[in-house]
Design a protein around this ligand. Sequence first.
Ligand code: IMP
Ligand code: MG
Length: 183
Amino acid sequence: MASPPLPESCDAVLLSEERIRERVTELGAALTRDYEGQELRLVTVLRGGLIFLADLARATDVPLQLDFMAVSPYAPGRGGVVRVTKDLDDDITDAAVVLVEDVIDTGLTVNYVLSLLRARRPRSLEVCALLDKDVRRIADVPIAHRGFRIPDRFVVGYGLDLKGRYRNLPYVATLREDALEVR
Ligand code: IMP
Ligand code: MG
């Protein structure tokens, strides 16, 4: 199936469907190796991580369960404190948890979510992030598995949105600078 044409507000495909598929297969193989003999809990923060999680789970060959949380974006100046708008459904005490993230930008959101999850005493807790905008990092994030390092550009597709749109693009594209008034 041909990829859909680039939306007018985007200027280029940064990561093609094929590159993403290959990398997600490798990440799944890495999780399969790391968690052999264990039961894995893949947790993601809605909604951006959903598409990546769905593909990563199918590339990972250990028994696993999925769970979801949602947070409101942090307010500037609040040190990355976010409000949990939907909590996990299941207890993670003693579970081997991998937090699956679409993109780590400043790192504030994921670090806050990690602190919430750590307080519940999982047996292990690691981060698997598809995209890493490391030049924008404010808070240090321990990323066990990373898909791609990307430059400081706003990207959409493969789960990532601009005001709720473009999540269904099968590739990751950079947004045109003039299509982005707020960040
Ligand atoms: P952080 O707390 O700055 O790391 O924020 C990460 C969150 O910001 C991600 O989970 C996304 O929701 C959003 N975000 C950061 N960069 C992008 C982007 O390039 N496209 C779409 N959403 C982004
Ligand atoms: Mg997100």
